[in-house]
Ligand binder design. Structure first.
Ligand code: GDP
Ligand code: GDP
Length: 440
């Protein structure tokens, strides 16, 4: 199910990231501690009283320069207005309104989607008097909150959740894989899309995506159909400020929510950036398949083992990416671009793969003596049996004596071993733990 995207916008220092962390802190749908990834987040899946959404802190996506703040804010607001479903416009309630706030309010007035005007740093009742100053803008409702102390944040969330649909229209259970192409501006996404939808390919007319103004394309390649998400959006060049990355990020998040497999396009010369790593983490949390495609391979100086060296570098530094396939290609010249289709087929197979309970338990049994030490109240963890409960993504249920003893260490150990044995290349694995009193 595609989730709504909620963007927090506002001047630097009004408390965007504090609010983001306050909301995400307790309510993150999945909290994972992946080593090698910086801890600061800009986006998170949030689950709040049965409603799910994606929260984006646009502040974390700002370029680092401190001048041009107003222009940046305008750009940022434009992006959010275009791409998000709901906007939280955060202001500093303690400081009072500033001219740039007024500017953004004017822009937001014309917007047809829900906008929440939020005044932060209202740490106590006394400061709340400041709020009066803001009512001169003719806005119906302001939310005075304190992101730092959590004051009235739940009230804001409750109201936001009321405007969230409980379920966006389900994508039709498609027979074809749905592919999102994501990556930084200039990585070559539009060039790649043009290649993949090449002239000689049968393109079954563009179809409207479920999200507003996104146009998907179905392609037939060797008698199989593939759906590429938001091809129009990828081709459309960012009209907003150059250098602002939030454009592609917010758009990417939406596409990832809808896809089966995300292709993360990386500029070979630039290498894997923090932004790419964050996107990859998001893909994993959304439990989608993932391919890392190293583009512009034509301009990399190479000898016979450059590819291996490049792969080794990435996988040594980022060990958690070990199970993701790397493709080296050139969208410009077309070299190895068609391999993308084979890789998609392979991942779809892995995504839907089912290991029989017998086979799984023989394997789990063989691991019993090698489990990392784990105890609960002095009692050692015992792994009784396991079964694969689902596919897309593959879900393994582990029955143990003390679920509390299943540390991240043990889960990672199991995941690594399952991957070593069966591969599951490019797909996330879900491990669920259940309590059993004894082995059967
Ligand atoms: P951003 O640049 O908009 O992301 O702002 P930050 O979240 O980094 O916050 C900027 C500063 O405001 C930090 O020093 C925060 O501690 C402070 N701050 C954030 N929320 C509150 C609040 O509710 N009350 C007060 N008094 N300070 C806050
Ligand atoms: P997007 O912003 O991710 O959609 O990137 P574009 O597809 O617009 O490509 C950005 C620039 O990189 C353009 O000038 C492309 O011609 C160039 N480019 C894209 N793919 C390749 C490639 O494989 N090799 C080289 N040398 N240039 C490429």
């Amino acid at each position: 199910m595609a989730k709504s995207v909620i963007a927090i916008i506002g001047r630097p220092n009004v408390g965007k990231s504090t609010l983001f962390n306050r909301i995400a802190g307790k309510r993150m749908a999945i909290v994972e501690d992946i080593p090698g990834v910086t801890r600061d987040r800009n986006y998170a899946h949030i689950s709040y009283f049965g409603k799910e959404f994606t929260l984006v802190d646009t502040g974390g996506l700002e370029p680092e320069t401190s001048d041009l703040i107003l222009t940046q804010m305008r750009g940022q607001a434009k992006i959010a207005i275009e791409e998000a479903d709901i906007i939280i416009f955060l202001m500093d309630g303690k400081e009072g309104s500033t001219s740039s706030d007024v500017d953004i309010i004017e822009m937001l007035r014309k917007v047809k989607k829900p906008v929440y005007y939020v005044l932060n740093k209202i740490d106590n009742k006394k400061i709340e008097d400041n709020v009066a100053d803001f009512y001169k803008f003719g806005i119906d409702k302001f939310y005075p909150i304190s992101a730092e102390h959590g004051r009235c944040v739940d009230e804001l969330l409750d109201d936001i959740c009321l405007s969230l649909p409980s379920a966006l229209p389900e994508e039709n259970a498609a027979e074809y894989p749905k592919i999102a192409v994501v990556g930084k501006p200039n990585a070559g996404k539009s060039t790649l899309i043009n290649r993949l939808l090449g002239k000689d390919r049968l393109v079954t007319s563009p179809i409207p995506g479920t999200t507003r103004d996104s146009i998907d394309t179905i392609v037939t390649y060797y008698q199989k159909e593939y759906l590429f998400i938001d091809t129009a959006g990828i081709r459309k060049k960012a009209k907003v400020l150059k250098g602002i990355e939030s454009y592609s990020v917010v758009r990417s998040l939406r596409s990832i929510e809808r896809c089966d497999i995300a292709i993360v396009l990386v500029d070979a010369v630039e290498g894997l950036t923090d932004q790419d790593l964050k996107i990859i983490r998001y893909i994993e949390e959304a439990e989608k398949g993932c391919i890392i495609a190293i583009n512009k391979w034509d301009i990399v100086e190479k000898d016979h083992n450059t590819m291996e060296q490049y792969t080794k570098n990435i996988k040594t530094i980022h060990r958690h990416l070990d199970h993701l396939p790397l493709l080296f290609l050139s969208a410009l010249t077309g070299t190895r671009v068609q391999k993308v289709y084979a890789e998609i087929d392979r991942i779809m197979e892995e995504y839907q793969r089912h290991i029989t309970t017998g086979e799984l338990n023989r394997f789990i049994g063989s691991l019993a003596d090698h489990l990392p030490v784990a105890t609960y109240r002095g009692k050692p963890l015992k792994l009784y049996y396991a079964t694969q409960a689902g596919v897309r993504p593959p879900e393994f249920v582990m029955f143990v004596n003390h679920p509390e003893a299943m540390s991240t260490n043990v889960v990672r150990f199991l995941e690594n071993n399952i991957r070593e044995k069966w591969g599951f290349i490019g797909v996330p694995i879900r491990i669920v733990v259940r309590k059993r009193l004894s082995s059967r």
